[in-house]
Ligand binder design. Structure first.
Ligand code: ARG
Length: 461
């Protein structure tokens, strides 16, 4: 049967497989709210500009409201033959209001329509990602404040390096997630221009008012170039880039949760609410949520790559390739929302074993740098020499299987005779973290101050 939209030129319907590859309704039905909002703004503007009658506009607006109700309630029948959300809604509008429905598409094309809908959707996704990240940051800052003085080993190369505090470690992630939130906010700012009225690609001869529709939809301004308006998707790529970087950060924290909760580390545990058991090994408590957060990152990277590849070398202006933008974006945004929420849940849930952390921090000669710094400060030894002397002292401790703070003064004096009893004041892990008071360092007083600064900033909003 002939197509409702372009039946004039066509005498046959599409092949079954043509319909199958062409239809996007299963995916883009998620744009229904944005599509109706865009159409309402467009219809109101058309009437204000005298392009359609007020009466037609009223019928269109009422019809669209009714459709919104139908979709909301689940009564709406989506049809694959009608290809996408735009034509599904327009066809239903025609059923409801008849002839005036045909005037809605004046001075518009699906090309500017879908670009507008998708920008609105991505804009909301940016806002939601930002909000979710702030919730996660708050959860991290709460734990950081509680554990501002909990000593744990800081690692480089995953080898014990210097003691840090658990609070400091968590606040490192707060910094990362705050930049991620900033990337979503930046992307949002740049994408907030309205394609509507660019029509198919060249603009329209009708005297439309693009500023009015842009305003009505909360955009800062209309897109200045009609070709760019219908064919660019860098706004979605920026959203996906921000999502990919955020997911990368989530995956690092997820990985650390996996490590910390392993019996080998024993630094932390998740409650039953965030653990899973094994169907065969009764002793197991697995951190599945953390592993899945780690894994979702792969899918989110995949989406970014997928859309970059769709866009590569695509000549201007619209091509149907652009329809593939949505599946990738929706998948990534869904995965990120889930991963962020799961991480927030885990951070609220996690409890730490302070003794195990502190014990691990004291192993691995983690205060060797403090000893070298003491030599520099107290004996005016050049740092390179202090490093060498300390290395020899560590070797002695190692041969005696004791920690640095368990070594006898005489053993140290055998390497540098001017070392005094006072050196022991810097060899404990508590002394080590407490001494790192310079801005940005791990001293508990810094961590407390930073955690409360974050909490104040995050609750002010
Ligand atoms: N479903 C289409 C998309 O998502 C809408 C635009 C169709 N435009 C066209 N010229 N066929 O891109």
């Amino acid at each position: 049967e002939e197509n409702q939209m372009w039946g004039g030129r066509f005498s046959q319907g599409p092949a079954e497989i043509m319909e199958a590859i062409n239809a996007s309704i299963d995916i883009d039905k998620r744009l229904w709210r944005e599509d109706i909002a865009g159409s309402k703004a467009h219809a109101a503007m058309l009437a204000a500009a005298g392009i359609i009658s007020d009466e037609d506009a009223r019928a269109i607006l009422n019809g669209l409201d009714q459709i919104a109700g139908e979709i909301e309630s689940g009564a709406f029948k989506f049809s694959r033959a009608l290809e996408d959300i735009h034509m599904n809604i327009e066809a239903r509008l025609k059923e409801i209001i008849g002839e005036p429905a045909g005037r809605l598409h004046t001075a518009r094309s699906r090309n500017d329509q879908v670009a507008t809908d998708f920008r609105l959707w991505c804009r909301r996704a940016c806002d939601e990602a930002e909000t979710a990240l702030k919730t996660l940051m708050r959860a991290l800052a709460v734990q950081a404040e509680t554990h501002a003085d909990a000593v744990m080993p800081g690692f480089t190369h995953l080898q014990t390096a210097q003691p840090v505090t658990f609070g400091h470690h968590l606040l490192a992630y707060v910094e990362m997630f705050s930049r991620d939130a900033g990337r979503f906010a930046d992307a949002r700012k740049r994408m907030n221009e309205c394609p509507l009225g660019a029509a198919a690609l060249a603009g329209t001869p009708f005297p439309i008012d693009r500023k009015t529709t842009a305003n009505a939809l909360g955009f800062d301004r209309p897109c200045a170039n009609s070709l760019d308006a219908v064919s660019s998707r860098d706004f979605a790529l920026e959203l996906l880039s921000a999502a990919a970087i955020t997911a990368m950060h989530l995956s690092r924290l997820a990985e650390e949760i996996v490590l910390w909760t392993s019996p080998q580390f024993g630094f932390a545990s998740l409650s039953d609410a965030f653990s899973t058991g094994s169907s065969i090994m009764p002793q197991k408590r697995n951190p599945d949520a953390a592993e899945l957060v780690r894994a979702k990152t792969g899918r989110i990277y995949g989406s970014l790559n997928s859309l970059l590849s769709v866009m590569k070398a695509l000549p201007l202006a619209y091509a149907k390739d652009l329809q593939e933008d949505k599946a990738a974006t929706f998948e990534a945004v869904d995965a990120l929302a889930l991963a962020t929420a799961a991480m927030t849940g885990m951070i609220g849930d996690i409890s730490i074993n302070r003794d195990a952390m502190k014990d691990a921090a004291a192993r691995g000669y983690s205060t060797a740098t403090d000893l070298a710094d003491w030599l520099v400060r107290e004996l005016k030894t050049p740092f390179r020499d202090a490093h060498h002397i300390t290395g020899r002292i560590v070797a002695i401790a190692e041969s005696k299987s004791v920690r640095l703070d368990q070594l006898k003064l005489g053993d140290m004096q055998a390497v540098e005779k001017r070392i005094t009893e006072n050196v022991f004041s810097v060899l404990s892990v508590e002394a080590s973290v407490a001494s790192r008071k310079a801005y940005g360092g791990t001293a508990p007083e810094n961590v407390k101050r930073e955690a409360s600064r974050w909490l104040a900033a995050l609750t002010k909003e």
